[in-house]
Design a protein. Structure first.
Length: 278
């Protein structure tokens, strides 16, 4: 009888833990923005955008700054800030702002070849992992395509390893337009960085592995872009590319509430993208 009582208390405690964890599976709003220099973007309204966003998790890419460069900044209240700066000063780098206390935060994807460039931050929550990414650009003439392809393979392996424990979301500047619908002038850009066969195949590998392009779950039409060159008034004419994404494990599909592009938000050559879970 004594053992039965202990067992009942243990089961009750376990049930309470499960119930508490299920309560954490409330709607989560995530935003991602390549700010193309966080210090410049602060002068263009970044802080007001964060404060008004009501996002639970925000990732920034291409921050181009060390934590010491922005230690004077009065970030919006309620967010803890985590930084992953590139070893090379003024280059690359990512940041995480979160209103929810993560179980853990890790920098990089476990690939020494790539992690010196500050391209990834992972936050673990009760019900999922969320990764903020700045994927390497293949550069003119695809000069860095080998590095890029190695990155894609390393990222996929990393995400699938995490997925063994719980579902994964990864969002950020993935530096690829997947299909012709994802850029304004596909015929003119075949084989160029961001629309090469190699990069598009790398993206398809993520889809084949079960990850969902969440934006396309809600919007299947053309002329939805997240990056525009500064040249020739491209943004005002909407001559752009969709290269910023929120990707999610297939297990999260029933929880997808909305995914969007905030093309009206200025301050960078990219605009924010978002995802909301039920």
């Amino acid at each position: 009888m004594f053992r039965f009582g202990i067992l009942c208390r243990m089961l009750h405690k376990k049930c309470r833990i499960v119930a508490l964890r299920s309560k954490t599976r409330t709607a989560m709003k995530l935003l991602s923005w390549n700010v193309n220099g966080v210090r410049a973007c602060i002068g263009k309204g970044l802080l007001d955008w964060i404060a008004a966003s009501e996002a639970d998790v925000i990732f920034l890419q291409e921050v181009k700054a060390l934590p010491s460069d922005v230690e004077h900044v009065d970030w919006p209240a309620g967010y803890s800030v985590h930084w992953n700066a590139a070893q090379k000063k003024g280059y690359s780098g990512t940041a995480l702002f979160t209103r929810r206390e993560p179980i853990s935060v890790r920098l990089g994807i476990g690939s020494p070849e790539h992690d010196l460039e500050g391209r990834a931050i992972t936050a673990e929550f009760d019900d999922c992992y969320v990764i903020g990414l700045y994927v390497p650009n293949a550069q003119n003439g695809l000069a860095r395509i080998d590095f890029r392809q190695a990155w894609d393979r390393a990222l996929l392996a990393y995400a699938k390893k995490l997925e063994e424990k719980k579902p994964v979301i990864f969002c950020g500047d993935l530096n690829v337009a997947h299909e012709p619908i994802d850029l304004a002038r596909p015929k003119d850009n075949v084989g160029n960085p961001g629309f090469s066969d190699e990069e598009r195949d790398g993206f398809r590998d993520f889809l084949a592995a079960g990850f969902i392009d969440t934006f396309r779950e809600f919007e299947t039409g053309p002329e939805h872009y997240s990056w525009w060159t500064y040249r020739m008034g491209a943004r005002s004419r909407n001559v752009g590319w969709r290269i910023d994404y929120c990707m999610a494990s297939a297990a999260l599909k029933p929880r997808l509430k909305n995914a969007w592009i905030e093309s009206q938000v200025m301050g960078s050559d990219h605009c924010p993208v978002g995802l909301e879970l039920k």
